[in-house]
Design a binder for this molecule. Structure first.
Ligand code: ASP
Length: 273
């Protein structure tokens, strides 16, 4: 909010604000360069993070019900990321989705390794413009907004995780309660900040909403205690990396769609890699 107010004020004061705008532009370019340097180390970082997560959770945890839960979340994210979002990009953005994915791979890799939409933001802005064929206006505005409110992956993850926890506790849910999960998981994802582990915190909202619905039907119904979130905490970092990748991918697709649908300059075709 402070950033938006400063931007509005600088545009209102006109000439007097020119120096400040130029200084902020310079800072942005310097930040982009620093992020570029850091990116050289990203592949090593990704390797180390995955190794440490597998070591922390233990191979035993990767099989059994928790293993199925991981497969379910990752499978859902893959279907959304490899089928649904590409179809949207192809139909509405008239863009070859798989070439787009290849060209913005740096963004996806950064999201995966940092598990943070906000930390990935400078890379998203720069890559969407430089390699994703997005206009400057769309590439700067859409990912910045999307980093906090557009979280496809988090919404999907929260819905699956809450269903899983209710199943573990053998609490049967009606179709209406599953609809409550669907709606509140989407809202909780919108409210989650783009930082690591945010989704698992806002998941409490979803569990409380279902518990309230259960109590409304039968006051003595069994409720799911919030501490059960601890069951999935051990494997959360890996799922966070996966869902953040999808969150950021959704932002990049949004930028490309806006470039096509509301161009401020002729949209450029994706050049060959
Ligand atoms: N880490 C995610 C993001 O930054 C939010 C979440 O925890 O789901 O997009």
């Amino acid at each position: 909010l402070a950033a938006i107010m400063l931007g509005v004020a600088l545009s209102v004061v006109g000439e007097a604000g020119k120096t400040a705008v130029a200084a902020l532009d310079g800072m942005l370019s310097a930040m982009m360069r620093i992020v570029g340097w850091i990116m050289w180390l990203a592949p090593i970082g990704v390797f180390l993070i995955i190794a440490s997560r597998v070591g922390y959770s233990g191979l035993g945890n990767l099989v059994g019900p928790l293993g199925l839960y991981i497969v379910c979340v990752v499978g859902g994210l893959l279907v959304h990321g490899i089928v649904i979002l590409p179809v949207v990009l192809w139909v509405f953005g008239r863009t070859n989705p798989y070439r787009f994915i290849w060209r913005i791979r740096k963004v996806l890799l950064t999201a995966f390794s940092t598990a943070s939409s906000s930390a990935t933001l400078p890379v998203t802005i720069e890559t969407c413009q430089a390699r994703g064929g997005c206009s400057r206006r769309a590439a700067t505005f859409v990912p910045a907004l999307g980093a906090t409110i557009n979280m496809n992956g988090t919404a999907l993850y929260e819905a699956v995780a809450v269903l899983f926890l209710f199943q573990v506790f053998q609490i049967d849910l009606t179709l209406a309660q599953k609809a409550v999960i669907l709606v509140t998981a989407t809202l909780a994802a919108v409210g989650a900040p783009g930082i690591p582990g945010a989704g698992i915190v806002t998941m409490a909202i979803v569990i409380n909403a279902v518990n309230t619905s259960l109590a409304g039907i039968a006051p003595d119904a069994k409720a799911l205690p919030l501490w059960t979130i601890g069951i999935i905490l051990g494997v959360d970092r890996f799922l966070d990396m996966c869902r953040t990748t999808l969150n950021v991918f959704g932002d990049a697709i949004g930028a490309r769609l806006i470039t096509r649908l509301a161009p401020d300059e002729p949209p450029t075709a994706l050049a060959s890699p």
